[in-house]
Structure formats: structure tokens, C-alpha cells
Design a protein around this ligand. Structure first.
Ligand code: AHR
Length: 497
């Protein structure tokens, strides 16, 4: 391949930190994410667990360095009454999970279960509060229950339920998708509701101020962000959310299979994924008008691919396989988040286990890591590192009359001084030669890891769990301050120098 691709790393210009929280995950009471995913029950004797939480899951997510976990939804959050999920499990009421399959939710996994699990994972909890069908009192009491140390009805109740000290939860969502499943509200109405709820959540209850996240726009709904920013003073909100899924549409049957897809479908998925860049730019420009000092974070608290469910599985459970297409999507999306690190300071891939673009799939006692898992694990070197601005000139990847850039890249310097460069080849038909110019950087040696496979459809299965996994990469040539990298077709690479 001719050297059409050029990445210039301006190593002297780094000033923005890539917040580790953009590597966050999401666990909803949906399908087999919590039950049969994270949680198999305290009485389970066949799957090793602590208080019912699978230890192989804990192990894998710790290795991946999961920085935060959002719970209990999603749409479920605006149906969830947290008091149903505390106290003796035998006494907890069963409810119907109205959004996801109409199944019975027995509330055996509740606030203590989740927050103790986050401690086990070494991750920060992000609680999504119920605004759509809850009350101001419910949500303010939840904050007090988990965060207040001294004597009060809620902290006393927490202690009666076995937890002496508060968990000090920092991240709080004030409703979810308020424009849809969270209550079908208009933006003006939600902005007012937000102001009311967030006032009584009282930032002074716990050890440190909480971080309140307003329910955000879907993809290109810029009016939603504009209305929120116009009507909510910047000292009342720490984050404004946004959701963007890579999907072919919301009508039944249009999403296509997760594993059996054509090149045209692969291309469309990438088009959808790369729109993230434009959407973030436009939402950020609106936020800049009202918040030029960038005090409020843009929180992309749901992102990822959304296909048809696996044949034979419950359509309400959103269980999909995960291929190299998803790995490429994840690598390119994380590179986009890095680029906007000044404003995008938190994000959550949907969802962690057995739902949508999962990093882990389980079947009985078996567990597999998906290609997406491996990308998040390879990329974790960027967490809390300094973003090094890049200029990129890329070859085109063309399908029919449409084209996309073939190469996506990002670079950062970690606290130990190591520079990492992540590169994605979006063109599944052609290897890419990339010239990386290291401005202001003397590299002595380059090492790397690659995730690659013959086809974009390739994936791990319970029969063949390690078909796709990272290996050492030696496709680089260093010549002074110029590095030549040969990216195979269908690959995601992370270099270290
Ligand atoms: O992640 C699945 C669902 O997608 C979430 O519950 C909802 O917020 C979004 O529509």
C-alpha cells in the first residue's frame, strides 16, 4: 500500500488529560446483564462468587481497568424504586420489568449489592436516579442513604441493613432519556424538573460534592442540549449526557445480524459510529456558548452498536454477539472521545455483560471476552494520560459513492512518560501503511499489541473463546523521528514508546 496515511504527533503540545471515566461501563436490569451476568446469587455453588457476584467477571473487569459503572438503567432507572431493593432479600417485593421483556424482577440485586460490587471491582458507581416515575423525596433520600455519615433516618436505615459507613457515591444521573422512556418530556419541562430534583439532591450531604448528570440528547437532537444549557445554570449541573448508538434504525427487523453482515452493512455501521465526532462537536459548540469555561462535562453515558438479537433469544433481552466490526467501532470511538477530551470527560459503553455491545458474554459457568473487551483493555494505557494532539491525513475507504477515512488514530503520554498511539484500520480489504511523525519526541524503541483477524465477522464463541485476542505487534520501523507502521486489514493496534 502506498503511504497515503500520515499522523503527526505534536508531543510538545499536550495539555488536556484523557479522563479515565470515558472508559466507563453500564449495567442495566435488562436481560442477562445483572441476573445471570454479574450476579448469580449467593446460594450458587457451581459458579465461584462473592456475595453472588461472579469472580471471573470481577477478575476480567479489573484487568480491563473499569473506571466507573452506571446502574440500574437506562430505561429501567425511571421505573426503579430503590427502597424495593434494600433489606432482607426474602422480604423484597417483586415487580415487573416493563421495558425489558416484561419479566419479573425480584429485587434480589439492589443498592447494597451494587455498591459493594463496585468496591470489589475497584470502580466508581454512577447511580441513575428515577425522575420519570419517582419523586423528589425518593431521590434525595437515596443520596442520603448512600452518602450521609451522621445520624439521620436514611443513614440509620442503611446501618440497620448492614452497612456502617457511607459509600460516598459521586456520580448521579437525574433521570434517563427524559425525552423518551424517561417520561416523554419536552426539553423545557425536563429542564425545570431537573432544576427541582437537583436542588434537593443537596450537594452537601456527603464527604464531597456530588456530580449531577442531566439526562441528555439522543445523537443529533441539538435542541435538547441547547434548551438544557439555556435553562439550567452551570452551577446546578456537573454533566450533561448524550446517547448515540450505531444502528440502522428503530423499526422492527432493520438492524441486521451481529455476525452475519455484508460489507455494505459493515460500512454503514462505521458511518454511524464516526458520526459521534460530528455530534460531539456540535453539542460541545452549544455548551461552549453557555459554558465557555467548560465547567460542565459532556457525558456520553450510552454508546455502542445495536443489532438484532441472536436468533432464538428473547427480543427484550438485547443479547447480541460481538465481532471485529465492534472492536473497530470501539477503537475508532475511543479515539474520537480522546480528541474531545476537554469536554467529554465521561462515557459509558452499553452494556457490560450479555447486552448490546458487551465486553463479556456468559453461558452457565462459561465466560468469554469479546473483541470489544480486548480493545478496551489494550486502550486502558490512555486512561488519565495527557492527550497529545495529532494531525492526521488518511487514505479513503470507499464503498460505492461513499467514503470514510481508512485510519483512525490517537496519542497520549502517561504519568511515567511513556507515549501510546492507538491506530485503527477501518478498511477491511486493505492493509494501511501509516507514517507517524514524532514531533518533539525521541523514541528509543517501539513495542505494540494488535487485535486482528481474517474477517470483520470473526468473533469469539463458547466453543472457540480465544479466536480473537491481542498478540504482540511487530509491524513498525523506527527511523529517527519517523515511524512507519503497517496496519493489517481488520486491525486495532496500540503502540508504546
Ligand atoms: O441500553 C439500552 C437502552 O437504550 C437503555 O435502557 C436506554 O436508555 C436506551 O434507549
Amino acid at each position: 500500500a502506498a503511504a497515503q496515511n500520515k499522523v503527526t504527533i505534536n508531543a510538545g503540545d499536550g495539555k488536556t488529560i484523557i479522563n479515565k471515566h470515558i472508559y466507563g461501563h453500564f449495567a442495566e436490569h435488562l436481560g442477562r446483564c445483572i441476573y445471570d451476568g454479574f450476579y448469580v446469587g449467593e446460594t450458587n455453588k457451581t459458579i465461584p462468587n462473592k456475595n453472588g457476584v461472579r469472580l471471573d467477571v470481577v477478575d476480567a473487569l479489573k484487568k480491563m481497568k473499569i473506571p466507573n459503572l452506571r446502574w440500574p438503567g437506562g430505561c429501567f432507572a425511571d421505573t426503579y424504586h430503590w427502597k424495593d431493593g434494600i433489606g432482607p432479600k426474602a422480604k423484597r417485593p417483586s415487580i415487573v420489568n416493563t421495558w425489558w421483556g416484561g419479566v419479573t424482577e425480584n429485587n434480589s440485586f439492589g443498592t447494597h449489592d451494587f455498591l459493594n460490587m463496585c468496591e470489589l471491582l475497584g470502580t466508581e458507581p454512577y447511580l441513575a436516579g428515577n425522575v420519570g416515575s419517582g419523586t423528589v423525596q425518593d431521590l434525595t433520600e437515596w443520596v442520603q442513604y448512600v452518602n450521609f455519615e451522621k445520624n439521620s433516618p436514611m443513614s440509620n436505615l442503611r446501618q440497620q441493613n448492614g452497612r456502617a459507613t457511607p459509600w460516598n457515591v459521586k456520580y448521579w444521573g437525574v433521570g434517563n432519556e427524559a425525552w423518551g422512556c424517561g417520561g416523554n418530556m419536552k426539553p423545557e419541562y425536563y429542564a425545570n424538573i431537573y432544576r427541582q430534583y437537583s436542588t434537593f439532591m443537596n450537594p452537601q450531604v456527603g464527604k464531597e460534592k456530588i456530580f449531577r448528570i442531566a439526562s441528555g440528547a439522543s445523537s443529533d437532537d441539538f435542541n435538547w442540549t441547547e434548551t438544557l444549557m439555556k435553562n439550567i445554570p452551570v452551577n446546578m449541573v456537573e454533566g450533561v449526557a448524550m446517547h448515540h448508538y450505531s444502528t440502522f434504525g428503530w423499526d422492527p427487523g432493520v438492524k441486521g445480524s451481529a455476525t452475519d453482515f455484508t460489507e455494505a452493512q459493515y460500512f454503514r455501521t462505521m458511518q454511524q459510529a464516526l458520526k459521534m465526532d460530528e455530534y460531539i462537536q456540535k453539542h460541545s459548540a452549544i455548551m461552549d456558548k453557555y459554558d465557555p469555561k467548560k465547567r460542565v462535562a459532556l457525558v456520553v453515558d450510552e454508546w455502542g452498536s445495536w443489532y438484532e438479537v441472536e436468533p432464538g433469544t428473547n427480543p427484550g433481552f438485547l443479547y447480541q454477539q460481538n465481532t471485529m466490526r465492534d472492536a473497530i467501532l470501539a477503537g475508532a470511538t475511543l479515539n474520537i472521545f480522546h480528541k474531545h477530551a476537554e469536554r467529554v470527560r465521561m462515557a459509558n459503553l452499553a452494556q457490560a455483560i450479555n447486552v448490546l455491545q458487551a465486553v463479556i458474554l456468559t453461558k452457565g459457568s462459561q465466560l468469554i471476552l469479546t473483541p470489544t473487551y480486548h480493545v478496551l483493555e489494550m486502550y486502558n494505557v490512555h486512561q488519565d494520560a495527557t492527550l497529545l494532539p495529532i494531525d492526521i491525513k488518511s487514505d479513503d475507504y470507499e464503498v460505492g459513492k461513499d467514503k470514510l477515512p481508512a485510519v483512525s488514530a490517537s496519542a497520549s503520554r502517561d504519568k511515567a512518560g511513556k507515549v501510546h498511539v492507538s491506530l485503527v484500520n477501518l478498511n477491511p480489504n486493505k492493509s494501511q501503511e501509516v507514517t507517524v511523525s514524532l514531533k518533539g519526541l525521541t523514541a528509543k524503541a517501539v513495542t505494540g499489541r494488535i487485535l486482528t483477524s481474517a474477517k470483520v465477522q470473526d468473533h469469539n464463541t463458547f466453543e472457540s473463546p480465544a479466536k480473537v485476542k491481542p498478540v504482540a505487534f511487530n509491524g513498525t520501523k523506527l527511523n529517527g523521528d519517523e515511524l512507519t507502521v503497517t496496519l493489517p486489514a481488520v486491525s486495532v493496534v496500540v503502540l508504546e514508546m
